[in-house]
Design a protein around this ligand. Structure first.
Ligand SMILES: C[S@@+](CC[C@H](N)C(=O)[O-])C[C@H]1O[C@@H](n2cnc3c(N)ncnc32)[C@H](O)[C@@H]1O
Length: 272
């Protein structure tokens, strides 16, 4: 059983759709794509489940400075869009972990359909109890996951433990700002699974776990603008979660009003 399994149940309930793969295939067909001959690019409108979509994945990859062939752990990999991008564009070997069983099943099936199943392993696991040995990965990558995790001391200790000395932690996260959050948001229908820390708390958590911050970019304004320009299409992030349009509208408002902020960062593990 996972640590904090009651809240994990609430997190998986937040994300589970039950028929996600079928809905994605149906939307792909409506968009003129054949689910039997898919490319990584075909999936991009739906499988980068975070503010700024695939642009954020590319920006974080550029900032990380991949040379090719790195062993990467994607913590909270979701449907696997970022993992497929890193494997396809940079030749990385990926392990993606996530607590939501349906997302793991969909991620593995989409990997198989685009021919990346030998480069990406998907495993159901909790970020708070990573099932890997110490000093395993060159890069630990995480996008829009930590908002659901309350025990951040254990989280950053776990991320540090599995990173090689001088390995990189690359993240794109929502953090707390000023004032109460408008609910529901995509990661939480109510405050019970919304666990945001502010910038100073996050910087302290990182340094305590042995990380040195090399890049810290606040992209809150770009995030708000992104949501203001999103156009509805059959294949889109609305498939991933119930009432997505209302949740994205609240996220936009929270970003605009500075109640939450979006941070892109790259750190190195320099020893605890
Ligand atoms: C908003 S989605 C982001 C998915 C993916 N990182 C992306 O950017 O496309 C958040 C993901 O975090 C996962 N998650 C939340 N808490 C987790 C935990 N404790 N351990 C592993 N995954 C977790 C959820 O199941 C969900 O797939």
């Amino acid at each position: 059983m996972y640590p904090g399994h009651m809240s994990i149940d609430r997190v998986t309930a937040q994300y589970t759709q039950g028929n996600l793969l079928e809905r994605i295939f149906e939307a792909l067909r409506s968009a003129g794509k054949d689910p039997d001959t898919l490319t990584v690019e075909d999936l991009v409108p739906v499988d980068h489940f975070h503010t700024l979509g695939p642009l954020a994945t590319m920006a974080l990859a550029e900032a990380t400075g991949f040379r090719g062939g790195e062993e990467v752990l994607d913590v909270g990999c979701g449907l696997g869009g970022p993992a497929r991008t890193l494997a396809g564009r940079y030749g990385c070997r990926l392990t993606g972990i996530d607590v939501t069983p349906e997302y793991c099943r969909v991620a593995a099936e989409l990997n198989r359909r685009v021919g990346l199943q030998d480069r990406i392993v998907i495993q159901e696991a909790n970020a708070l109890a990573l099932p890997f040995g110490d000093r395993t990965f060159d890069v630990v990558w995480t996008m829009h996951v930590t908002m659901n995790i309350e025990d951040k001391t254990t989280l950053y200790d776990q991320l540090a433990r599995v990173l090689k000395q001088d390995g990189k932690l690359a993240f794109f996260d929502v953090i707390g700002g000023e004032g109460d959050v408008h609910y529901p948001v995509p990661w939480a229908d109510d405050p019970s699974i919304n666990h945001l820390v502010d910038e100073s708390q996050l910087r302290l958590l990182l340094s305590t776990a042995g990380f040195h911050v090399h890049l810290w970019e606040d992209v809150t304004a770009q995030g708000a603008e992104f949501f203001s320009k999103l156009v509805a299409a059959p294949l889109g992030s609305h498939l991933l979660i119930t009432e997505m349009p209302a949740k994205m509208a609240n996220l936009r408002r929270n970003l605009e009003e500075g109640r939450v902020r979006a941070i892109r960062s790259v750190c190195t593990f320099e020893g605890a």
